[in-house]
Design a protein around this ligand. Structure first.
Ligand SMILES: *[C@@H]1O[C@H](CO)[C@@H](O)[C@H](O)[C@H]1NC(C)=O
Ligand SMILES: *[C@@H]1O[C@H](CO)[C@@H](O)[C@H](O)[C@H]1NC(C)=O
Ligand SMILES: *[C@@H]1O[C@H](CO)[C@@H](O)[C@H](O)[C@H]1NC(C)=O
Ligand SMILES: *[C@@H]1O[C@H](CO)[C@@H](O)[C@H](O)[C@H]1NC(C)=O
Ligand SMILES: *[C@@H]1O[C@H](CO)[C@@H](O)[C@H](O)[C@H]1NC(C)=O
Ligand SMILES: *[C@@H]1O[C@H](CO)[C@@H](O)[C@H](O)[C@H]1NC(C)=O
Ligand SMILES: *[C@@H]1O[C@H](CO)[C@@H](O)[C@H](O)[C@H]1NC(C)=O
Ligand SMILES: *[C@@H]1O[C@H](CO)[C@@H](O)[C@H](O)[C@H]1NC(C)=O
Ligand SMILES: *[C@@H]1O[C@H](CO)[C@@H](O)[C@H](O)[C@H]1NC(C)=O
Ligand SMILES: CC(=O)N[C@H]1CO[C@H](CO)[C@@H](O)[C@@H]1O
Length: 414
């Protein structure tokens, strides 16, 4: 509930400008961007903890600036702003409002997808059934499709008409919900289309000339200038590593499906470009494709940092044929990986990362974040996704859902 402003002028007189200390879990901390790249050199670093856990030498408070005792003063604040743009987006009194939960810990029922159906005011997401025993390790609990009626706040389990086995990311497009799922040993995963009211389910994609996908993970639709729509999805072999399916049959890739002209499926981004493709999103103007890479070293049986990939988000341009070209590194996650990503109506990119829900502008600059330290009851299972619902962000915080109302409309549909 407390919000304090940075005294910008301090930046001029002091090498290490002041951090604004706030109290209370609904507070906003404004952190001068200078502190994101310049600290007293004996700061204590640690990539597994958060930036807000960085401790500065005691001398920093006396020698450099009495106001910096440590960045950790902001660690219990819900909102961390690195820009006036993000502070403006939060408004004067941002509130992290509990929407659902908490369920008993380890029930990761509020986990992936996070898709808003604006036609019926419904939220769809994927996660463990709320009745899953807390004894089942969260990464092994089968993930199903779940719904929340945002009018009545009623949680429901859609009675889908085809199996959806280890449901992951999703997309809402043209009145239908699309979900990526891994399948199991005997049932091929793929992309399914679900009617949001009747739950009639149809498989759209599940094979490449008779070869199974490894584990379709996320999906996004883009509408071209001629009003035809094309679907992108990521395929990654985490499912084999977790023994939900047999060994990978295809190299990990990002695929493009064009339903027009009888349907045309092709791989458009190879694993040489993005080794472990995970989240996928398009910009509202249909000109950009974002993809996250997830070098989850425990799944690859490698040590931390021991991977050919980066915990990064890449951006491609979409050319006139809606084909991704011109790959650039967009951002590297400071902690963990960037998992679910979504663009807002103004083209900013929001991503679920170790540190929380991170908001970047189109140049990849971090504008601010919603702090995982406050969002999560535990740190073992990070936040994988969230939803943009009109002017709200609904955070799928594993065993609870939080709602944050912002000052702008964020959601849009392709
Ligand atoms: C990071 O810092 C925390 C808190 O000081 C500590 O518990 C943890 O062991 C550190 N991790 C690494 C990899 O240094
Ligand atoms: C510390 O912060 C206070 C209040 O925000 C300000 O008045 C003071 O000038 C600051 N001190 C330094 C050395 O920047
Ligand atoms: C923020 O404030 C709201 C309303 O006062 C309250 O319901 C919520 O629990 C607070 N958030 C946290 C994280 O304490
Ligand atoms: C959502 O809840 C409202 C209020 O109870 C109800 O009128 C509406 O029919 C529900 N929507 C769906 C899709 O079930
Ligand atoms: C789900 O749908 C099936 C038919 O597809 C039906 O037999 C079953 O009763 C339905 N279950 C619920 C809980 O509505
Ligand atoms: C895979 O899922 C199908 C469809 O739900 C089910 O019939 C089958 O028993 C499952 N196979 C395994 C090995 O779990
Ligand atoms: C574009 O296509 C959608 C359905 O695919 C349709 O609802 C919409 O009216 C179309 N827009 C234009 C401008 O043709
Ligand atoms: C992998 O899953 C299969 C099929 O469910 C099971 O038979 C097998 O024991 C599992 N392997 C391991 C190492 O858990
Ligand atoms: C990196 O991975 C290789 C191959 O699995 C392994 O031999 C090596 O010990 C790992 N190094 C670290 C630092 O984890
Ligand atoms: C406190 C701490 O974790 N310090 C580490 C900072 O990074 C260097 C280089 O990786 C390590 O040697 C330190 O142990």
């Amino acid at each position: 509930m407390y919000s304090k402003q940075v005294i910008e002028a301090l930046c001029l007189v002091s090498l290490y400008s002041s951090i604004v200390v706030a109290q209370g879990s609904n507070a906003t901390a404004s952190i001068p961007s200078q502190l994101t790249y310049l600290l007293p050199p004996t700061f204590i670093n640690n990539s597994t903890e958060f930036f807000l856990d960085t401790s500065l030498p005691p001398s920093a408070s006396s020698d450099q600036n009495e106001n910096i005792t440590s960045i950790t003063e902001a660690r219990e604040d819900a909102f961390i702003s690195y820009s006036t743009e993000f502070t403006g987006l939060l408004g004067s009194k941002p509130v992290l409002r509990p929407l659902l939960g908490p369920l008993p810990s380890h029930s990761n029922s509020f986990y992936e997808a996070g898709q808003y159906d604006p036609d019926h005011n419904l939220l769809f997401f994927t996660g463990a059934s709320p009745t899953t025993s807390p004894d089942v390790p969260s990464h092994l609990a089968p993930r199903i499709v779940l719904g929340l009626n945002l009018t009545s706040n009623e949680l429901f389990v859609p009675n889908v008409t085809e199996p959806i086995l280890v449901a992951n990311g999703g997309a809402y497009h043209d009145g239908k919900l699309y979900i990526a799922h891994w399948g199991n040993y005997s049932y091929a995963g793929g992309i399914v289309q679900i009617d949001p009211l009747t739950f009639k389910t149809e498989t759209l994609i599940n094979s490449y000339y008779g070869v199974r996908f490894n584990g379709p993970d996320d999906v996004a639709w883009v509408r071209g200038s001629n009003n035809n729509s094309v679907m992108f999805y990521t395929d990654v072999d985490f499912s084999a590593d977790l023994n939900f399916t047999g060994p990978a049959q295809l190299p990990n890739a990002i695929w493009r499906f064009d339903p027009a002209n009888g349907g045309y499926l092709r791989a458009v981004i190879p694993r040489a470009d993005v080794p472990f493709p995970n989240g996928v999103a398009v910009s509202p103007n249909g000109k950009r494709l974002y993809v996250t890479d997830s070098p989850v070293s425990n799944l690859q049986r490698l040590g931390p940092g021991n991977s050919t990939g980066s915990a990064a988000t890449y951006v491609y341009d979409l050319d006139d044929t809606l084909t991704p070209v011109n790959k650039r590194l967009f951002a590297i996650a400071r902690t963990g990986i960037a998992d679910g990503i979504k663009t807002d109506a103004k083209g900013r990119l929001w991503s679920a990362e170790g540190e929380g829900i991170v908001c970047r502008n189109q140049d990849g600059r971090v504008l601010g974040l919603i702090n995982a330290n406050v969002l999560l009851d535990q740190r073992e299972t990070p936040i994988a996704n969230f939803a943009l619902v009109q002017d709200r962000i609904l955070v799928l915080a594993v065993n609870r859902i939080w709602a944050v109302k912002l000052t702008e409309t964020l959601s849009w549909t392709s």
